[in-house]
Design a binder for this molecule. Structure first.
Ligand SMILES: *Cc1c(COP(=O)(O)O)cnc(C)c1O
Length: 379
């Protein structure tokens, strides 16, 4: 896809392009990496900011049957999009919510003894099996080791509750050599063996995106990738096997020539040191382009115009970015020219690194103002 193909409508400054075929290819690559396991796609937070409906439909068409969301509200929205799929709510049932789960045929993740009890007391008309989450070191959600002891000592706590799947979550899977990975794996296996004495055989699920790449010991019956489907690197230390799924293109609004002793942007932080040409581009942190990408030095991050590399100059503001385009050919330094903020030359992980954050935060931070364009997906 070249920047010239990207339409930025006259009434917006920037377009977010989501390549649905690339998401389907990433699904296929993950399935190839763990051929024995099923893939349950994490589509929480509006499919990591890319748009729940088009992403979920694409993954469903690619063969995905199980979807993970964080909240019951997200689950109900997804139920309206995918009537037949298995939808699992990671945060579990909160107070007074069990009817919502029944209404949307949502599957809860039971994260505590309290949530187990709440699910036990739900309307008996709802026989859905639940997922059970055991904590193995993340210390965020899930039954603690002593909660597991309690369940085994008092199995009546599970009367009327069918558990289909035991899950846990890895804390350090993006660092393959981290000793936490093996420690969590063995804690998970031990918890499963103990719990199965009271529940019977359980399906098991441990791996998020980076966990898929830790090898077959981590795959079990179901893996739960999100980030890798959307093209983020499973590990910062290894080449990224995933295909990039998004681009952001914004347009130049104005050009101006500057010289010493001028400054550019808020705070007058960026001193002009020699004559330069500045392009003002119609996107900013209000669109999710991180302000931290340039705030320290006035310009560490790059954007591309055709194949020309340009550098941010001055702070990122809410609606605007300023670029040093001194070396750009005149015919490209014109209002209306398209600028690649994310695309073939710049990945979300690159942008995240420049801003001291992670690709996940970049993806989920895109603003509503961005014009969205979906490519592929078979319709
Ligand atoms: C978000 C989440 C995932 C998906 O993680 P990725 O790193 O995006 O693959 C899997 N499991 C749980 C419990 C999660 O909260």
């Amino acid at each position: 896809m070249s920047a010239n193909d990207i339409a930025i409508p006259a009434d917006t400054g920037a377009t977010l392009v989501v390549n649905l075929d690339a998401i389907a290819e990433n699904y296929a690559l993950l399935q190839k990496t763990c051929p024995q396991a099923r893939i349950g796609a994490s589509v929480k937070a509006d499919a990591y900011g890319l748009g729940l409906a088009p992403v979920a439909r694409t993954l469903s068409k690619a063969g995905c049957h199980t979807f993970f969301v964080a909240t019951a509200g997200e689950g109900l929205t997804l139920r309206g999009i995918l009537p037949e799929s298995e939808i699992v709510v990671l945060n579990g049932p909160e107070r007074e919510q069990t009817d919502l789960f029944a209404g949307g045929a949502l599957i809860p993740t039971l994260n505590s003894l309290e949530q187990i009890e709440r699910w036990q007391q739900r309307s008996p008309a709802d026989p859905s099996p639940a997922y059970l989450h055991v904590d193995t070191g993340m210390n965020r959600l899930g039954l603690s080791a002593s909660d597991v002891d309690t369940l085994i000592a008092e199995p009546a706590r599970l009367n009327g509750v069918t558990i289909s799947t035991l899950m846990s979550h890895l804390a350090c899977a993006d660092t393959p050599a981290h000793p936490m990975n093996a420690a969590q794996l063995s804690a998970f296996q031990a918890a499963r063996a103990r719990l199965e004495t009271v529940t019977g055989a359980l399906r098991a699920s441990l791996a998020n995106s980076p966990g898929v790449f830790l090898g077959p010991d981590y795959h079990f019956d179901l893996v739960r990738p999100g980030a890798a489907l959307y093209g983020l690197a499973p590990s910062p230390d290894r080449p990224n096997p995933m295909k990039q799924t998004i681009e952001i293109h914004a347009k130049i609004l104005q050009l101006r020539d500057v010289d010493t002793p001028m400054t550019v942007g808020y705070g007058a932080t960026h001193q002009v040191e020699k004559p330069a040409r500045i392009a003002t581009v119609a996107a900013g942190y209000g669109d999710g382009y991180p302000r931290a990408a340039a705030s320290r030095t006035g310009g560490s991050m790059h954007a591309y115009i055709a194949d020309y590399k340009t550098t941010l100059f001055g702070r990122v503001s809410m609606d605007l970015i300023t670029l040093d385009v001194s070396d750009l050919p005149d015919e490209l330094a014109v209002p209306g020219q398209t600028v690649e903020l994310l695309g073939p030359h710049v990945s979300p992980d690159d942008l995240a690194r420049s801003a001291g954050t992670i690709g996940y935060e970049i993806l989920t931070g895109f603003g509503n103002r961005l014009h969205r364009l979906y490519r592929g997906g078979g319709d």
